[in-house]
Design a binder for this molecule. Structure first.
Ligand SMILES: Nc1ncnc2c1ncn2[C@@H]1O[C@H](COP(=O)(O)OP(=O)(O)O)[C@@H](O)[C@H]1O
Ligand SMILES: [Mg+2]
Length: 297
């Protein structure tokens, strides 16, 4: 018998009949599903999950995006984004559909973190984590890699065109499948903690956050924000070819990128050219999509 932990939440906004705005409601937490830098995610009833944010307290969380590339401690880009889109019609199926936004009203003790009352949360549908379905959906050829990269590219173009935003945290652990089948078009994005509006700050300059070495980001300065999607998508592709641990442990490192490119050159000329351009030229997402589509010609 599984134990359900009851707690109370206050709903601020909703697009689901289950959650009524401006009311306190009781929810049952079933199990912990995952965590990241910004929040902890628990499965709750009704096939949903709650993501409770670590440094985000109702009344203290910034309501607008700062011009910083990386959000301030009390800046929550995911909440800003979901607040903006929660009541909008969206049948594109590129990003997870937020069900409710609010704050918890009781302390929640997690293994590594104590969530104080008034910590913000979002409720989103329960989905299948990328690496939990990976062995089931993958095929042992480059077609699979290209198809995942194409899907990521479509998702990114949607963010860029519809919302004028770049996701600086584009990685496969931030992707889920809506249903447990092999259709790659079921893959959607869940984590919007590192979104950045394109207009305010077009230059992606690591000078401002030197200590942050993130494997999905280029080492060089002076990339435009609009080039980051292409770079990260290619790193995700490398991850599928060379393995997740290998890539996470060895990057970012320019020499290591050259090493991987040389290996690809020996494997397959077409694949090599896509990665060569995607990782060494500063490239818009549209251009990457063109290269990926050409793979099948
Ligand atoms: N809707 C969901 N269904 C299943 N697992 C999820 C869902 N949302 C998040 N997770 C799990 O929780 C982890 C952390 O969530 P995420 O939104 O990435 O938080 P963070 O911003 O802290 O990285 C994810 O990597 C994933 O394993
Ligand atoms: Mg994450």
């Amino acid at each position: 018998m599984s134990k359900i932990y009851q707690t109370n939440i206050f709903i601020l906004k909703s697009n689901s009949e289950i959650y009524v705005p401006n009311q306190i409601m009781k929810i049952g937490i079933k199990r912990r599903l995952g965590h990241g830098n910004f929040g902890v995610v628990f499965e709750i009833e009704n096939n949903n999950v709650i993501k409770i944010f670590k440094n985000s307290i109702y009344d203290n969380t910034l309501q607008g995006e700062t011009s910083n590339i990386i959000p301030y401690t009390n800046e929550n880009r995911e909440l800003i984004f979901f607040n903006e889109i929660i009541n909008k019609e969206d049948n594109k199926n590129y990003i997870i559909k937020v069900q409710a936004i609010g704050y918890i009203t009781k302390t929640i003790l997690d293994r590594f973190h104590t969530f104080v009352p008034n910590s913000n949360f979002i409720i989103i549908p329960l989905a299948y984590q990328f690496y939990n379905l990976y062995n089931f959906i993958k095929t042992d050829d480059y077609i699979f890699v290209i198809k995942i990269m194409q899907r990521l590219t479509d998702i990114c173009l949607y963010l860029e065109k519809t919302y004028k935003k770049i996701n600086l945290d584009l990685k496969l652990t931030n992707c889920v499948f809506k249903t447990p089948d092999k259709d790659i078009n079921n893959m959607i994005l869940i984590d919007f903690s590192l979104l950045k509006s394109i207009e305010n700050n077009p230059i992606f300059n690591k000078r401002f956050f030197d200590s942050l070495n993130y494997y999905i980001w280029p080492v060089d300065n002076n990339y435009n924000l609009s080039h980051i999607h292409t770079y990260s998508i290619c790193i995700n592709g490398l991850e599928l070819i060379f393995g997740r641990d290998e890539i996470k442990e060895t990057l970012p490192d320019k020499n290591r990128i050259i090493y991987y490119l040389n290996k690809l050159k020996g494997y397959n000329k077409k694949i090599y050219e896509i990665f060569l351009k995607g990782l060494t030229e500063k490239m818009e997402t549209e251009k990457l999509l063109e290269l990926l589509n050409n793979f099948f010609i």
